[in-house]
Design a protein around this ligand. Structure first.
Ligand SMILES: Cc1cc2nc3c(=O)[nH]c(=O)nc-3n(C[C@H](O)[C@H](O)[C@H](O)COP(=O)(O)OP(=O)(O)OC[C@H]3O[C@@H](n4cnc5c(N)ncnc54)[C@H](O)[C@@H]3O)c2cc1C
Length: 431
């Protein structure tokens, strides 16, 4: 491949204690935790709103805050849910603590909380690189509407989901031992008879809530005609009558590769239309439905996994090993979607699992924290941690840890774990 060299002068437009790259569930909660804990904080996000997969990917519901009705993912994420609830933008389903929500209320509530905390927002800015030496980051480079610009950062939180900063810094990555989980383009159907549809609430512990009759009907149709590859399907209410979000399309794609991501977007948009047509035929609730819109971006379940100070294993996870540096919990089952067909392997937990701080930090990198779905856990443990409530809780711990380190300019490896944990517990995290 031919390569070119380009050198350019880039203005440094801000200096921060903490720069959070990515405003998804991990990032925007991390930014609030850092700012509320006294750090001068910036958040860089390629879209014009926060939420990542929850808003840009239309991934609903937010899973899961509770185990057998006991809150395990408390603190800022739960405060956010309650705040959405008070304006009718969220519905908490018991006993799982799954949260169906209105994505527009999500965007507005997150934005208000970020601004109230004093986070400086850099929207429409894509992080394209960074300056670093010997594992120490000094600047984040971003493409902005005003051209390339840089932010000077004392601590950086990589919450890009795919570990973009980790990739630029050559953080070691785990080798894949199983197929990457598939990408899915979520879409919204209008004019659905939502009362007739019934099963769109996740209201039972230990049960997978896909729509079984429609799954069977599509599988039967596939014997005689062309049915696109699908998962579930899962339907989720966005709290407006007549509308339902559909999680059903799927294809294998490495979403950290731009050619794969482009192909996935094109294929899944076609499939969303085909599936809508099939839903109309197989279930009366969809008889008069129409495809109202697709998510702005195709959803990514999995790409890279870093090698951090501790790789959390599926075995530790399933046995609820309690780590001395546990900073978050996840009550979601291990949830592995097949890349090539409808199957889904689910292992329900005996209790909520613990996630250690060391899974967010990397030996030899002293000012980088990674709370996103690419954190240091094997593919089995990651298949549970990746859902939003635990990811938000990890973001919360990362933001607090970074802010604590700014006070004495120490390495993120030297953060005072008992104080970190005690503060998180006082915020409502069950660790
Ligand atoms: C189809 C599907 C179904 C799912 N179902 C559920 C479910 O039912 N319940 C549940 O809780 N979870 C579910 N998930 C998982 C969950 O949505 C994600 O794992 C979670 O959002 C990960 O959060 P994150 O903050 O790590 O990453 P993301 O949500 O991906 O957020 C990353 C953010 O970083 C930004 N970003 C990325 N790169 C850059 C860059 N270079 N510069 C600037 N900004 C950047 C992105 O725009 C985004 O806002 C599902 C996911 C998918 C794809």
């Amino acid at each position: 491949m031919k390569k070119i060299i380009q050198t350019r002068e880039i203005p440094v437009i801000g200096r921060y204690d903490v720069v959070v790259c990515g405003g998804g569930p991990a990032g925007w909660i991390a930014a609030i935790a850092a700012a509320r804990s006294g750090a001068k904080t910036a958040m860089v996000e390629q879209f014009g709103f926060a939420g990542g997969m929850a808003t840009a990917g239309l991934v609903l519901p937010i899973s899961v805050f509770t185990y057998n009705d006991k809150l395990v993912c408390g603190g800022i994420p739960w405060e956010f849910v309650r705040r959405m609830e008070t304006v009718g933008g969220a519905q908490v389903e018991k006993p799982l603590g799954n949260v169906a929500h209105d994505p527009e209320v999500y965007k507005l509530t997150a934005q208000r909380m970020l601004l109230e905390a004093g986070v400086e927002l850099h929207y429409h800015c894509t992080v394209t690189g960074c300056c670093h030496k010997n594992g120490h980051l000094t600047h984040i480079i971003m493409d902005t509407r005003s051209g390339p610009q840089a932010l000077c950062a004392m601590y950086v939180i990589d919450a890009t989901g795919d570990g973009a900063i980790c990739n630029y810094m050559n953080v070691p990555m785990q080798k894949k031992t199983m197929d990457m989980q598939p990408a899915s383009l979520i879409f919204c159907l209008g004019n659905v008879d939502t009362d007739k549809l019934g099963v769109d609430h996740h209201n039972k512990q230990g049960v997978n809530m896909h729509h079984e009759p429609i799954q069977k009907a599509l599988q039967e149709l596939a014997q005689t005609e062309d049915v696109p590859q699908f998962g579930g399907p899962w339907f989720c209410h966005i709290l407006h009558d007549g509308f339902t979000l559909v999680n059903a399309t799927r294809t294998f794609a490495n979403m950290a590769d731009h050619a794969d991501a482009t192909a996935a977007e094109c294929k899944l948009r076609e499939d969303a239309y085909k599936l809508t047509e099939l839903f109309r035929r197989v279930d009366p609730a969809f008889k008069n439905c129409y495809l109202a819109y697709t998510a702005p971006i195709c959803g990514t379940r999995e790409t890279r996994h870093i090698i951090g100070s501790h790789i959390l294993t599926g075995e530790e996870y399933l046995n609820q090993v309690h780590f001395e540096d546990a900073v978050a919990r996840s009550a979601h089952p291990i949830d592995i979607h097949s890349a090539y067909d409808t199957r889904q392997r689910i292992t329900f937990l005996k209790d909520a699992a613990y996630i250690p701080y060391r899974s967010m930090i990397v030996p030899g990198f002293d000012n980088l924290i990674v709370p996103s779905r690419c954190l240091s856990a094997d593919e089995t443990a990651s298949a549970s941690i990746r859902v939003q409530a635990p990811i938000m809780c990890l973001g919360q711990a990362a933001g607090l840890a970074a802010a604590m380190c700014t006070k004495d300019h120490i390495s993120i490896h030297d953060v005072d774990i008992p104080t970190l944990r005690q503060t998180l517990i006082s915020w409502g995290v069950d660790i």
